[in-house]
Ligand binder design. Structure first.
Ligand SMILES: *Cc1c(COP(=O)(O)O)cnc(C)c1O
Length: 220
């Protein structure tokens, strides 16, 4: 595994408007530092405790993205430093993030996670719940310490590219439907979709952030 080379190969294929999150969950700090030394400054983790331990030990110019499911009782640990939370799937969670962001005098950028896969196991909002949260947030003047900047979705785990494409395009259509929203706490400019196996397709379908783990750091 040559992390430096993997990273550079992937970066050379990404259009300039697409941001790369290096998904480093389960990997040791030495691996992350290899990516850091190759210029990578955005890392994604799916467990708050693991991310916080890495944040404490690593250079402070790194942006940490929480890409996993968030438990409300752990929000406080990442509130001081997290730069983007990808997996918001309830208003309650959003309110909890707002509370801890306020305690830290910060505004935390958030993505609403939309359920686009066929599998039952994935987290996320359906179209109706998504609309309801956006409606609520726009009309609420207490949510001043979060900002919804876009959506995140995970496609079905399948080899069927047509299926995956359909799901990505569905998420893009929801994004387009809501992208005119323009309040202090809601301005959509980010679409997080695509992982090691499907990021090229995701970019074709309008992704602006890809979350890539195994193609950079090897299998977990
Ligand atoms: C692990 C993970 C990824 C990265 O997956 P790879 O297939 O290793 O690139 C992306 N997004 C989420 C939400 C993940 O949990």
């Amino acid at each position: 595994m040559n992390i430096f080379q993997n990273l550079n190969n992937i970066k050379s294929t990404l259009p300039s408007h697409v941001t790369l999150v290096a998904v480093s969950k389960t990997k040791p700090i030495s691996d992350l530092m290899e990516a850091y030394n190759a210029g990578q400054r955005i890392f994604g983790e799916n467990k708050i405790q693991e991310m916080t331990e890495k944040w404490e030990q690593m250079p402070k110019d790194i942006e940490w993205h929480m890409i996993g499911h968030v438990q409300t009782n752990k929000v406080k640990y990442m509130a001081p430093y997290v730069s983007l939370i990808h997996g918001i799937d309830s208003l309650k969670l959003l309110q909890e993030i707002n509370k801890h962001a306020a305690k830290n005098n910060r505004v935390i950028d958030c993505l609403l996670q939309v359920y686009i896969a066929e599998e039952e196991s994935k987290f996320g909002l359906d179209e109706k719940e998504l609309g309801e949260i956006l409606q609520f947030v726009q009309n609420d003047n207490s949510l001043n310490n979060i900002k919804i900047v876009g959506f995140m979705g995970m496609a079905t785990f399948t080899d069927d590219l047509n299926q995956i494409k359909k799901e990505f395009l569905y998420l893009k259509s929801l994004f387009d439907k809501h992208k005119e929203l323009n309040t202090a706490n809601c301005q959509l400019n980010t679409l997080s979709m695509g992982m090691s196996g499907d990021y090229q397709l995701a970019i074709e379908c309008g992704s602006t952030i890809v979350r890539i783990g195994s193609s950079i750091f090897g299998t977990r």
